[in-house]
Design a protein around this ligand. Sequence first.
Ligand code: F3S
Length: 283
Amino acid sequence: MDILLAEHAGFCFGVRRALEMAEEATGRHARVYALGPLIHNRQVVERLRAQGLVVCEQPETLARGSVAMIRAHGAGPTMYDLARERGITLLDATCPFVARVHQKAAQYARDGYQVLVLGDPNHPEAQGIVAHTGDQARIVQSPDDLAGLRLQRQVAVVCQTTQTLESLQRLVAALLPQVQELVVANTICDATARRQEASLALARQVDLMIVIGGYHSANTRRLAEICAATGTPTHHLEDAEELQEQWLTGVAKVGVTAGASTPAEAIEAVIARLEELAAQTSK
Ligand code: F3S
């Protein structure tokens, strides 16, 4: 049985960087507070907790002198102000691609544009982008949301980094006839698109797809949906123990991919277990 690993499986650059910063920080400080879960992966979160990384959802409760970490999603300016006022040492793991969206959105707001953020209103990244415009920007999920807005003559659009190009194109097409001046910053990060495309291409070549990642990870679930939509039997699992021997019956090629929060160790463990099971079934 051939086992093929999709290109771009697992951590994106921003998540890998945040984890490296967390590992380094827990080596230097007895306790580090992460301002929200760093990653949707139970094993990694548990390992980091054992090393002293504690999730804190209410930074205003942190004691003076605490060490806190902003995750790859970024945070609004009030977090930086709070850290200054309270003497909190801030480790900033904001992904540079997210920081670029903050800068763009803030600049457009300063230049007098009505700023629209294409994104998910419940997602901390989109909320952080709005905060960087002094809460002037509005989040829109689709052109349907424009109906509830009083559009100004000059509008600027930025995107939460995980949006799709199709959504941006739909929003721009809906805005164009309604505004006098429209500026668009395509701030989509292509890490997600590259991972999805590679997984889709692999799913089309194999008899079985294994998608590894947290059950709560939206990008992993989406990856599993994309692979399953090809008609190739697809299983989403969190770790190697969940692999079942009977899935491999009659399978000549198995594809493996993983969501953005899946560490290399988890991918390696699944591949090793697949090799073991393949050796058993071929006996
Ligand atoms: Fe950064 Fe893109 Fe990952 S914005 S956190 S590299 S998905």
